[in-house]
Design a protein around this ligand. Structure first.
Ligand code: ZN
Length: 455
């Protein structure tokens, strides 16, 4: 059986359950009862099999079962960049990376490319136990309807995603307005659906490609649909230099004065923010997301995540288009702050867990208020990942972060469940045709690469 219809039940047995949550427990030989989309009960396998003798069972055979991962910031549209040769000299700084790679790639995308780059990311997400993704989309030559294409792929996959279109002035006023219109059109169409696993935000590229006039148009449009924003903030020093040149204000102050910040807004990266900006992020309840693999790859610096947390900023963990294996992002976060600060006490395993699970789960509730992710408990949404991980040292609820960081590899992941629906079992995908999608993706990516090199 691959789906759990509303009210139907499935009993997972013989699992090593790591519950996470406020009082994390490690239940050896544990069982979880899924009822519809939710977890209805959990405990010892002997107990639950006695209580629910007639419920269909799924023997986890001693696998480690965790809450599924959440990705707080990603770009499905970037999937075709993998292995792509970028024409010309290697980019020397972040603005050159944008101009030479990303702004060429996104212009080359058709609506079919959008569909397939989304699908390959969703396969990757299911394979790696990531069931909730907050995406930031750009396809300047295929704007209208692009978010519907992404949403349709997410529905087919059976995952949960929050979508937005990246508004920017870099391609002229007409496309900036088309981007605004796409955010509005999509958000309004989503309001018709209740209990959807698709949600909407309002996408902005970054301060450095947005005029005051466009920002004002976005604020008016977003207010009309009740949306917060999803925007890259001070990813590189260039964003600060541009903002200071433009208006004499630092980026966070500029965005705050424009009406962008607040508890429904995600400020992505915040690598180059000062104490006054961190104070504004905290006061406004604005979300920050941390993407250490992307920051290392672009050579932009390391965000002051612990300082932001101490100041009361809510910080989540995203991947910025890197693999949807969030355990790899957690490892990067664990390592890079230690190197950056020359201090092995920096960014402990518990802080990494805080970003990846409770904080990301709280961010998800901004978009899906009824969904309870990041923990296995009665009433939580049944989003789970199974790991073929048999620890060679004692595993406890307390030392779990270090097992995840030092012990878990992607190859351990065998099953993924989203809202009670089994999306992968014994490493077999149940909702998407991986072979066909991969074949078509390779054809389309080759054409995109050709268009990029012809630009
Ligand atoms: Zn990004």
């Amino acid at each position: 059986m691959d789906t759990v219809e509303s009210g139907s039940r499935l009993l997972i047995t013989h699992a090593r359950l790591a519950t996470l949550g406020d009082v994390p427990r490690l239940i050896e030989d544990g069982a979880v009862l899924i009822e519809g989309e939710r977890i209805a009960d959990l405990g010892a396998t002997t107990q639950l099999t006695a209580h629910y003798p007639s419920v269909e069972r799924w023997d986890a055979s001693g696998r480690l079962v965790l809450p599924a991962s959440i990705c707080a910031h990603t770009h499905f549209y970037g999937a075709f960049a993998r292995g792509m040769a970028v024409p010309g000299e290697p980019a020397a700084d972040f603005p050159q990376i944008l101009e030479r790679l990303w702004w060429r790639l996104d212009k080359a995308l058709t609506l079919e490319d959008v569909r397939y780059s989304t699908l390959v990311c969703l396969i990757d997400a299911i394979r790696h136990g990531t069931t909730t993704l907050i995406d930031h989309h750009a396809s300047p030559n295929a704007i209208e309807g692009s978010l519907d294409i992404v949403a349709e792929a997410v529905r087919e996959a059976g995952l949960r995603a929050c979508l937005c279109y990246e508004v920017t002035d870099r391609d002229g006023p007409e496309r900036a307005q088309a981007g605004i219109a796409e955010n509005v059109r999509f958000a309004k169409s989503q309001n018709l659906e209740s209990r959807s696993r698709i949600a909407a935000s309002f996408g902005l590229h970054a301060s450095l490609t947005l005029s005051d006039e466009t920002l004002a148009d976005c604020v008016a449009a977003a207010r009309d649909c009740g949306l917060g924003f999803h925007v890259h903030v001070a990813e590189d020093g260039a964003d600060q230099e541009d903002s200071l040149r433009r208006c004499g204000k630092r980026v966070v102050h500029r965005l705050h004065d424009a009406g962008i910040l607040g508890p429904r807004t995600i400020a992505v990266h915040c690598v180059h923010v000062d104490d006054s900006e961190i104070a504004v992020l905290a006061e406004t309840g604005t979300w920050v997301t941390h993407q250490p693999r992307s920051n290392m790859n672009n050579g932009v610096g390391v965000a002051s995540v612990e300082a932001m947390l101490r100041a009361g900023v809510s910080v989540g963990l995203g991947n910025d288009g890197f693999s949807n294996q969030m355990f790899a992002e957690m490892k990067a976060a664990y390592l890079v702050h230690k190197l950056d600060q020359r201090d092995p006490r920096a960014m402990s395993g518990n802080v990494v867990m805080q970003l990846a699970y409770p904080n990301n789960a709280r961010l998800a509730r901004v978009f899906w208020p009824e969904v309870r992710l990041g923990e296995i408990c009665e009433g939580a949404t049944a989003d789970l990942v199974f790991l073929d991980y048999h620890p060679t040292t004692p595993l406890t609820a307390e030392n779990l972060p270090w097992h995840l960081i030092f012990g878990i590899e992607a190859s351990a992941i065998t099953a993924t469940v989203c809202a009670g629906r089994v999306l992968m079992r014994d490493r077999q995908l149940l909702t998407l045709d991986e072979k066909a999608i991969t074949a078509r993706s390779r054809e389309l990516a080759a054409r995109v690469w050709k268009r990029v090199s012809d630009q």
